[in-house]
Ligand binder design. Sequence first.
Ligand SMILES: [Mg+2]
Length: 254
Amino acid sequence: MLGAIIGDIVGSRFEFNNTSDFDFELFAPACDFTDDTICTVAVADAALNGKPYKETMLEWCRKYPHPMGSYGGSFARWIHSANAEPYNSFGNGSAMRVGAIGWLFDTEEEVLSQAKLSAEITHNHPEGIKGAQAVALAVYLARKGETKEAVLERMRDYYPTFTTPRLGANPFNETCQGTLPICLGIIDKANDFEEALRYAIAVGGDSDTIGAIVGAIAEAIWGIPEAIKAEALTYLPTDIMYIYDQFVEKTAKK
Ligand SMILES: [Mg+2]
């Protein structure tokens, strides 16, 4: 969960101002958490506290109506509509918010079914659901001790071809099917959390969301260096910290 939040914060200042510099400063005054963090926290809150995904997502997003980078157009309309029905999205939003589910449920079947539930409140297109299930499963398998290679092998059932990361070469793409292959290619190429995070941003494209997806998977594979963790937490307000602390307490025993 914190891996996704870190990727979001680190990528926030590059979403609309890409960098291809691998050695960029991870944290800068211009960084903030964005929609990816808010939605990740909403999914975690629902899963931790047995609350419905839809109402919990609406509650968090309405509480934070103007995050840095703002919400995607269709999602913003969904947040403010009276009945908030799913809109057949295959945007990468279903995949960027799902990480906590891989930690909070303890069988593959449950992880996949909860990922689907979390996605289909908005992203009920098959590619939207698939993106969420793939990320949640990758997190689950890694935190259960599977090797990176074994996790990626399972991911080929979802995305047979990964994209090899090249600095500055990734086009802006907000779909699951356009985002997951580069995220998995980054995990394949990287050797630790920070390297994965740097690739996630320096390839270009939808930086904060690639950061969030790569960060979620990288956390489960390698863990997060303490210095990066400590710096990231300084960006979070108390209500998000409250959910984060709940999450840490719950997953510490796993
Ligand atoms: Mg964002």
